[in-house]
Design a protein around this ligand. Structure first.
Ligand code: NDP
Length: 278
């Protein structure tokens, strides 16, 4: 069994980004809009900003009181859209219940939408001419490629159909750049294990700790675990790592797998946004 090392592969990607930033005349700038006191959201924003800092990208957190109105959030995003110094904008999710996530994500100017969550960018991805691919799917595909996993013609089974992971990953995998054959499963899928056992490559994006067990996979499968679940203060993936790794040919660990690739892909998107701004 071979471990797909997200720390090592993402370091390579970040290095590429740092070299690109070095060659740019103007330093790119990423702004995170944070409307939450949730410690996990705070941590994610801090990690993204630290990673930006390390590759020479400027960053800022714009905080909005979680009790403030939706209008206040939308106005803040509008101001950032109009600010020539700002290249990339991300609205950290989840938002408070009284704020529409849909309206917030649609407010971000598509050319600054480094998360790739604006409907326009989602549409481009579905059409097979992606501009900003959401960071996690982008990181997953890059990681598999860098690890030498062939995707063309392979059967990739994705468990999870969320707007931020499962769906965009399926679009990317079936694009003419990648040419995988894709099955997407979700909570209403019947005989899930028949699908997962048929996978050459299995991607788990379920949000349930250790959901994928060894009886659900075939010998020699490549396993990508997107899950990040906090269990007793420890991070656990969506795959029962110990038992599944005995059957898998290659597997991503948690932590140190998809997580760092997601951050690296966000940095790539920010550089792309800066080039678009120009
Ligand atoms: P969501 O909760 O939005 O989606 C989960 C998906 O899993 C849904 O499509 C759901 O089906 C499906 N699902 C849930 N239970 C089952 C089941 N019993 N059988 C089959 N399918 C099921 O989660 P996200 O996509 O946002 O995230 C998934 C995981 O990835 C989480 O652990 C999250 O923390 C992690 N994550 C990690 C990132 C990283 O950088 N590594 C980035 C983003 C997320 P249905 O649609 O029918 O409800």
């Amino acid at each position: 069994m071979d471990i797909i090392d997200g720390d090592e592969i993402s370091a390579r990607v970040r290095n590429e980004v740092a070299n690109e930033v070095d060659r740019m005349v103007r330093t790119p700038k990423l702004v995170a809009v944070l409307m939450s006191d949730d410690p996990a959201s705070e941590t994610y924003v801090r990690m993204k900003r630290q990673a930006a800092d390390e590759v020479g990208i400027d960053s800022e957190t714009v905080r909005i009181d979680p009790d403030a109105s939706e209008d206040e959030l939308l106005e803040t995003v509008e101001e950032l859209n109009a600010d020539d110094e700002v290249d990339g904008i991300l609205v950290q999710l989840p938002l408070p219940d009284h704020v529409s996530e849909e309206r917030a994500l649609e407010a971000v100017a598509p050319e600054k939408d480094v998360d790739g969550f604006h409907p326009f960018n989602k549409g481009l991805l579905m059409e097979g001419r992606p501009r900003f691919v959401p960071a996690t799917p982008k990181g997953v595909v890059r990681m598999l490629r860098e690890h030498g996993v062939g995707l063309e013609g392979k059967h990739v089974v994705v468990v999870g159909r969320s707007d931020i992971v499962g769906k965009p990953l399926a679009s990317l995998l079936m694009s003419r750049d990648v040419n995988a054959t894709v099955t997407v499963c979700h909570s209403r899928t019947e005989s899930l294990e028949e699908h997962t056992r048929a996978a050459d490559i299995l991607v788990a994006a379920v949000g349930v700790p250790e959901f994928i067990t060894s009886d659900m996979v075939s010998e020699g499968v490549v396993v990508v675990d997107v899950g990040i679940n906090r269990v007793d203060d420890e991070l656990v993936g969506d795959v029962a790592y110990d038992e599944v790794s005995e059957k898998a040919s290659d597997i991503t660990p948690v932590p140190g797998g998809v997580g760092p690739m997601t951050v690296a892909s966000l940095l790539e998107n920010t550089v792309k946004a800066a080039r678009l701004q120009k």
